[in-house]
Write a protein that binds this ligand. Structure first.
Ligand code: COA
Length: 166
């Protein structure tokens, strides 16, 4: 049977307790910190739940940020205005519960983040991510994300590129 998922903002009706992705700090963030970040508007958190269920199958956080122009690879930087910092939408965390990994939910959350950034009424050059390690960085590179020159675990994908794909 195919399970459908709903992606929506985290709220008090969601079951955060049962979430286990295999990375303790990412589980703890959802249980202990995400609500506070939302309240303070430091980051918003979006969750995927099997339709009709409060169980969280995956989540990501999204916030505004910027990156230094000098960190952007030369071929991409050439087309940008010469401002010291370039605005981005940043995925701080992204995780899928072990029971739901390998079912393209991580990909679906990435596209959801990109479409929210594209729909926002702010000037945003790229979707940027902080990968926790090389394996996570490989996940993002799989979708065409490019590492910043001096920071291999921080990657970005220009939204203009994504707009063509969506
Ligand atoms: C990494 C993670 C988010 C991937 O989510 P997922 O739902 O299992 O992955 P998906 O099923 O959406 O995979 C989509 C594609 O990415 C590929 N992929 C998945 N993990 C990958 C990795 N580490 N490196 C390269 N490619 C990867 C899949 O093979 C799949 O390829 P396809 O498009 O050819 O079918 C998930 O495994 C997870 O939460 N891990 C623990 C936490 C973590 O590492 N978070 C990373 C952000 S810090």
């Amino acid at each position: 049977m195919t399970v459908q998922f709903t992606i929506e903002g985290l709220n008090s009706g969601h079951d955060r307790k049962s979430f286990v992705c295999g990375v303790f700090v990412l589980d703890r963030y959802l249980k202990e910190q995400a609500g506070q970040d939302i309240k303070r508007r430091a980051a918003l958190c979006y969750v995927a739940c099997p339709e009709g269920s409060a169980r969280i199958a995956g989540y990501y956080t999204l916030s505004a940020g910027d990156v230094a122009l000098k960190d952007i690879p030369e071929d991409k930087a050439r087309r940008l205005p010469p401002y010291p910092a370039i605005p981005v939408a940043r995925i701080g965390r992204l995780a899928i519960d072990k029971d739901f990994q390998g079912r393209r939910l991580g990909a679906a959350l990435l596209w959801d983040a990109a479409s929210r950034a594209l729909r926002s009424e702010l000037g945003v050059f790229a979707l940027a991510v902080d990968a926790k390690d090389e394996q996570a960085a490989a996940f993002y590179r799989h979708f065409g994300f490019i590492a910043f020159d001096t920071k291999p675990l921080q990657l970005f994908l220009p939204l203009a590129t994504m707009a063509k794909l969506i």
